[in-house]
Design a protein around this ligand. Structure first.
Ligand code: CP3
Length: 356
């Protein structure tokens, strides 16, 4: 294991890290989930046509893709170009990512014997290319690098469903029908997320995000019993690294309190809940990330400029000068979004004075 690389001095007072810690700073930082990739022509130009997993295995290319949106948009953080299924793929579970569809598993997780397909992740051996990408980006970027992992529930849902699902029926059947096996699976996936995130931090990531994108499909009691303990273990294991930990999911308005109980420093919210309402529910000290609806950014820049500007202003007004706000979309950049629209969003957020 190469030694731990602390956040470089030049990034210590970055607005992104200050906002994650609710420390005073003069303008709201902004980055976009899925900023690296699909909607950028410069990405499509170098992406090639193979599986995204092959691109991710090429650190030079992945570092360049990570940096593209930082250069184009002037965002305040770089999100590592990788994917939430990379660790499971790297230990040989048998998962690929189909273009335009997402993760695809030839033989989905069904029974106890399938646990053997999820041996512990050894990041230096299994995913050295991810760590090399982090090191390269840290070297080149003048903004903090965000590492990430899929949360145990969201990764489990892909491994069990095998392909995108609307109902998560198989996942819920296993969770409720074979609770012992469910917790064994979640334990392994939590361990995998912990090793992966720790290795990214050691390679120089200044913050990490745990994506529980599909946790919003669960009722609060189900989330609390079957998911929360595992996500909490991930966050607790990272506490001593002292890097800001972000926890994100979609459609999570009713489980935000429980997600907060998992112990992250920053809670990501989607557009379904107004930012001020989320802070009312979670407490005045809560650091929030979000929450512009990505769908309103669709359309030609000249036609929708005023609409987007009004929505951005609304999010900023609801934050009301709170130092604990990282501006973002409520979910990822849609492939059809005109990058010019996002350039304007960044300009507007940066021009807005933050009284803190
Ligand atoms: O800027 C970034 O966020 C880039 C890094 C990134 C990717 N995936 C690259 C990617 C991140 C943070 C992810 C996380 C991820 N992967 C999540 C959580 C975030 C979320 O949106 O909720 C999820 C659910 C996945 C699984 C996954 N991988 C999906 C659903 C897809 C989309 C399929 C498609 O083409 O629409 C992928 C593929 C993927 N991962 C792409 C990118 C840029 C697009 C496909 C490609 O370029 O080959």
């Amino acid at each position: 294991m190469t030694g731990h690389r602390p956040t470089p001095d030049r990034l210590r007072d970055s607005t992104f890290l200050a906002a994650c810690r609710a420390e005073p700073h003069d303008r709201t930082p902004v980055w976009f989930m899925r900023q690296a990739g699909r909607s950028l022509p410069e990405y499509r130009a170098i992406r090639g046509s193979g599986s995204i997993l092959e691109v991710i295995a090429d650190p030079k290319l992945s570092a360049e893709i990570t940096l593209q949106p930082v250069r184009r948009y002037g965002v305040d953080a770089a999100i590592l170009y990788s994917d939430i299924v990379v660790p499971a793929h790297a230990v040989g579970f048998g998962v690929d990512v189909k273009p335009g569809i997402g993760p695809f598993v030839e033989s989905p997780f069904e029974r106890a014997a399938d646990l053997q397909r999820l041996r512990p992740l050894e990041p230096d051996i299994d995913t050295p290319y991810v760590l090399e990408t982090v090191r390269r980006v840290v070297e080149e970027a003048d903004v903090p690098v965000i590492g990430f992992a899929g949360a145990p529930f969201t990764v489990a849902s892909y491994l069990i469903e095998g392909a995108p699902s609307r109902t998560y029926g198989r996942t819920k059947a296993l969770m409720l029908g074979d609770t012992g096996l469910w917790h064994d699976l979640m334990d392994r996936l939590a361990d995998m997320a912990i090793s992966s995130l720790c290795s990214q931090i050691a390679a120089g990531a200044s913050a990490v995000q745990l994506f529980d994108s599909w946790a919003g499909t669960l009722s609060p009691p189900t989330y609390e019993k079957y998911v929360l303990p595992h996500s909490r273990r991930v966050f607790e294991s990272l506490a001593e690294t002292r890097v800001p930990r972000i926890h994100f999911g979609v459609g999570t308005s009713e489980i935000l309190g429980l997600m907060t109980a998992a112990g992250a420093d920053v809670i990501g919210i989607d557009w379904r809940i107004p930012l001020d309402e989320a802070r009312r529910r979670l407490g005045p000290e809560t650091v929030l990330q979000g929450n512009l609806d990505p769908a309103i950014c669709l359309g030609p820049a000249d036609k929708i400029e005023a609409v987007v500007a009004a929505e951005v202003a609304d999010v900023l007004a609801r934050n009301d000068g709170h130092p604990g706000h990282v501006f973002n979309l409520g979910h990822g950049v849609l492939p059809e979004i005109d990058p010019v629209v996002l350039e304007r969003v960044v300009e507007q957020v940066h021009a807005h004075p933050l009284d803190s």
